[in-house]
Design a protein around this ligand. Structure first.
Ligand code: NAD
Length: 460
């Protein structure tokens, strides 16, 4: 992957800014065309794009087509269709008292300007192009800085994007830390960062220097609570699927499970059963994602070697960056597996005495991006909802919620702030510009505000 020369980055930003100032991105017809071009770019290059992701992550086609390629195509087309509705100024004549109606109080949906999108490697397409779709719909110019750890995807994006989109408004910057550092030194009108919290803090500090507004889509340890009354076989099937997808390298991968103690063995036996059904020839001889690079492979294998829990299934690895889905039971809250977000196919199971104990353990950690709850009891659902905080919550399943276009997605506390998906992404890239348009005829009704002041005017 050849990186963007560092001294070109500010020139790119200046060119985009000039385009924004010229008003190129203002007409909805222009934005609609760019959105259709995003869809066309992906649609006409489905297989080349899929191959890059398979190359970078070994991710199976079935896990790649729907959640990356499919979603980008449908969401860019939907955004194009919704442009009028989203951008329409809101005239508030109904919402204000009679004496303010003639002022025409209006909220304009104004583009923030020239923005910067920084993406991670784990879902390299949706997590760079979904923000881009929102930026285009809002009427912003944008640079995209995809991850250096998904080089095949990032290189293809840099090659194809200029063939489909207006390069005076949208550009790809390729690079690692030095290039991203240069990007972050520049002033942007919004930064949309997806990745880990450590870098999130670097991005937030850089943004603070220019008072730049920010979206932070971060990660964390997304916990699971399994109540005694739930069907253990079904919970195991759904959760194992959640854990194996992209080999656990998902921001909302179910990280660790709290289970009522007496059900732990039934649950882990069911996980073992489904493991055998999903991968009759073993995961490492099947269509199953690999770990992104040596560093993460070494980190995850060290965790497997250092845990004090009991490995129920998995634990093996190969020299092609593969690691078997690894279920570990009787894990304690202070185990090495509970230190940080696992971001890999290791599944710690922690026995607890009650759902209340699980809630207490969850509340002792930073707010996660997602919380999964498996229970048949509506009161337990309500209790978890009321007594915990997480960016999102799913009952009875893992990340199927992400396929619901109408739901916003984002974090709270250490899992980030801001939201995405369709209108919610658009909202990150606009600001609400309030306005009034005072008619000359209103002058008699305003007399009381002018000096000289007197008691009579106070009563007005
Ligand atoms: P990554 O290493 O690819 O980093 C993300 C971006 O930050 C890259 O573009 C990279 O170049 C840049 N970067 C890295 N180090 C930097 C530095 N020192 N200074 C400036 N920029 C730097 O991806 P990652 O962070 O390993 O991604 C995984 C993390 O992202 C996990 O924590 C995961 O939970 C989180 N994530 C969150 C979401 C979400 O939507 N909330 C989605 C996917 C991943």
């Amino acid at each position: 992957m050849s990186y963007t020369p560092i001294n070109e980055i500010s020139k790119i930003r200046d060119e985009l800014r000039a385009t924004f100032c010229k008003g190129t991105t203002r007409p909805l017809s222009w934005r609609r065309r760019q959105l259709h071009q995003v869809a066309r770019m992906v649609q006409e290059n489905l297989e080349p794009f899929a191959k890059t992701i398979i190359n970078d992550l070994g991710r199976p086609r079935n896990e790649t087509y729907p959640v990356e390629l499919g979603l980008v195509v449908t969401r860019s087309i939907t955004s194009a269709e919704k442009l009028e509705e989203w951008t329409k100024p809101e005239v508030l004549t109904e919402a204000v008292p009679d004496w303010q109606k003639t002022w025409k109080p209006t909220i304009f949906k104004q583009a923030k300007g020239t923005v910067c999108i920084i993406g991670p490697w784990n879902y390299p397409m949706i997590l760079t192009l979904q923000p881009l779709i929102g930026a285009i719909a809002a009427g912003c110019c944008a640079i995209i800085k995809p991850s250096e750890f998904s080089p095949a995807y990032s290189t293809l994006l840099a090659e194809l994007l200029p063939k489909y989109l207006d390069t005076s408004a949208y550009r790809v910057v390729l690079g690692g830390i030095p290039e991203t550092t240069r990007v972050l030194e520049l002033q942007w009108d919004h930064i949309f960062y997806t990745g880990n919290g450590r870098v999130g803090r670097i991005v937030a500090a850089a943004a603070a220097k220019h008072l730049t507004p920010l979206t932070l889509e971060l990660g964390g340890k997304s916990p699971i609570i399994i109540d005694a009354n739930y069907d253990m076989d079904l919970a195991a099937k759904r959760l194992l699927w959640g854990k194996i997808s992209n080999a656990g390298q998902i921001c909302i991968s179910p990280d660790h499970a709290f289970i009522v103690r007496e059900k732990q063995d039934e649950f882990t036996a069911a996980l073992k059963k489904w493991y055998g059904i999903f991968y009759a020839n073993g995961p490492l001889n099947s269509e199953y994602g690999h770990i992104v690079n040596e560093t993460h492979h070494t980190r995850l294998m060290a965790l497997i070697n250092e845990t004090k829990g009991e490995i129920v299934v998995g634990g093996g690895s190969n020299d092609k960056l593969g690691i078997e889905p690894t279920v570990v039971k009787n894990v304690k809250n202070d185990d090495v597996l509970m230190d940080d977000e696992l971001f890999g196919p290791i599944f710690p199971v922690i026995p607890v005495d009650s759902v209340d104990d699980a809630i207490e353990a969850i509340n002792a950690r930073p707010h996660p991006l997602m919380l999964y709850v498996f229970t048949e009891d509506d009161q337990v659902k309500q209790k978890v909802l009321e007594n915990t905080q997480s960016g999102n919550i799913a009952f009875g399943d893992t990340f199927q919620a992400l396929s619901v276009d109408a739901l916003p997605f984002g974090g709270v506390g250490e899992s980030g702030y801001g939201r995405q998906v369709l209108k919610y992404t658009f909202d990150e890239f606009i600001y609400l510009r309030s306005s009034i348009d005072m008619p000359k005829e209103a002058e008699p009704t305003l007399e009381a505000r002018y000096p000289p002041y007197n008691e009579e005017k106070l009563k007005f």
